[in-house]
Design a protein around this ligand. Structure first.
Ligand code: AMP
Length: 284
């Protein structure tokens, strides 16, 4: 596995592979890799000839009061995981490499970035779509892999790639969970033992919402009530938002006709957790 730290070396690598007609897969990450990331790498390995993983804790997607300095950094074990999974290139640039002096450009996906995560983390998606645009321009992957864990992000990236003709196929892989349902996340390591015991409540509540839908409830307000009610049983969890939305537009639904995505964010102390569940009525 080659470790690359400069943008020039990365685009030279990609150019050489493009000349040879090699199918390139890219998986952007912020490191602190876990089994969720590993599943994405495996999906990339299965469908692409060369796999690049980027590992960059992107300062632009953190707000001033957010956990940038606390975000776990573990390059040694991350690079061992990538090597073990047969990754070809691990791209680990510095912030100065990605945003050199004079850098001024940003990429905004307007409508989709405003709601939900965007409301609670105002600069977040601008940071994400800017860095993803840079990574896609440098690597020019044929396929780019994201996790459903960050549902809104995956919808935004699809829009971005289509709007700017970035030419990659966007593949969204299912959320990998702990045995008790908690979605794997680098932030889980900050949970205290009591918060960790409480954390599966978010997924449990979303599942209660799904059960209601599959049981015939069609009113989004009633489904949100069910979800809220389940979370209210856990005193350590504070809800930031819970939404029943159209999976493509992310607009809130009044009634569910065929599909909905249930989105949620909760705080357990200083740790913020997000999760989601896609429900199709034909599923039952
Ligand atoms: P991150 O390093 O947290 O920015 O995540 C990098 C990629 O891994 C994103 O596309 C995430 O959606 C995806 N990801 C994170 N957690 C999980 C998970 N539990 N299951 C599947 N994909 C995940």
């Amino acid at each position: 596995m080659r470790v690359i730290r400069s943008v020039q070396a990365l685009s030279a690598w990609s150019r050489a592979l493009h000349r040879e007609g090699v199918l390139i897969g890219l998986m952007p990450t912020m490191g602190a890799l876990h089994a969720g990331h590993r599943a994405l790498i495996r999906a990339a390995r299965l469908s692409c000839d060369a796999v690049a993983v980027s590992l960059f804790v992107n300062p632009r997607q953190f707000g001033p009061a957010e956990d940038l300095s606390r975000y776990p950094r573990q390059l040694r074990s991350d690079s061992a995981l990538c090597r073990g999974e047969g990754v070809d290139v691990l791209f680990t640039p510095s912030a100065a490499e990605m945003y050199p002096p004079g850098f001024q450009t940003s990429v905004v996906v307007r409508g989709l970035s405003r709601r939900w995560e965007g409301e609670h983390r105002p600069a977040h998606f601008e940071g994400v779509t800017t860095v993803v645009t840079k990574l896609l321009s440098l690597v020019r992957p044929h396929v780019v892999f994201f996790g459903q864990k960050d549902f809104q992000q995956s919808v935004l990236v699809r829009r971005l790639v289509e709007d700017l003709n970035l030419g990659a196929r966007v593949v969204v892989c299912p959320t990998v969970r702990e045995h008790d349902g908690l979605a794997l996340s680098s932030r889980n390591q900050h949970l205290t033992p009591a918060q960790r015991r409480a954390a599966p409540i978010l997924y449990a509540a979303l599942r209660a919402g799904r059960t209601a839908i599959l049981g015939g409830v069609r009113s989004a307000a009633r489904i949100r009530e069910t979800i809220h009610h389940t979370i209210a049983a856990e005193p350590l969890a504070r809800v930031e938002y819970l939404a029943v939305c159209d999976p493509e537009t992310l607009e809130p639904l009044r009634r569910i006709s065929d599909a909905a995505v249930l989105l949620g964010a909760v705080r357990l102390g200083r740790v913020r957790l997000i999760d989601n569940l896609l429900v199709r009525i034909a599923e039952r």
